[in-house]
Design a protein around this ligand. Structure first.
Ligand code: ZN
Length: 81
């Protein structure tokens, strides 16, 4: 991910936080950088393929109201250089 995109991501979450949107922090499963995501409502679970804005690693992100779990799918970690 290029620097401009990285800055846009960070600005995006800064804006959300200022508007009072609930956010969760979690660590990138590859580089351990602290990342942010929006918090689902109670009883909601969101699973999505996500990309770390720091190291470009693709990972599966499972988010519920309380925590974020991450997993690097085997076919993606194999594809890494
Ligand atoms: Zn990362």
């Amino acid at each position: 991910m290029n620097t401009e995109l990285k800055a846009q991501c960070q600005q995006h979450f800064t804006r959300l936080a200022k508007r009072g949107v609930p956010l969760l922090t979690f660590d990138c499963p590859s580089c351990n950088t602290q990342l942010l995501t929006t918090r689902p409502g109670i009883d909601q679970v969101w699973d999505t393929l996500s990309t770390c804005w720091h190291c470009d690693c693709a990972f599966l992100k499972i988010t519920d109201h309380y925590e974020v779990r991450t997993q690097i799918p085997p076919h993606l970690s194999n594809a890494k250089q």
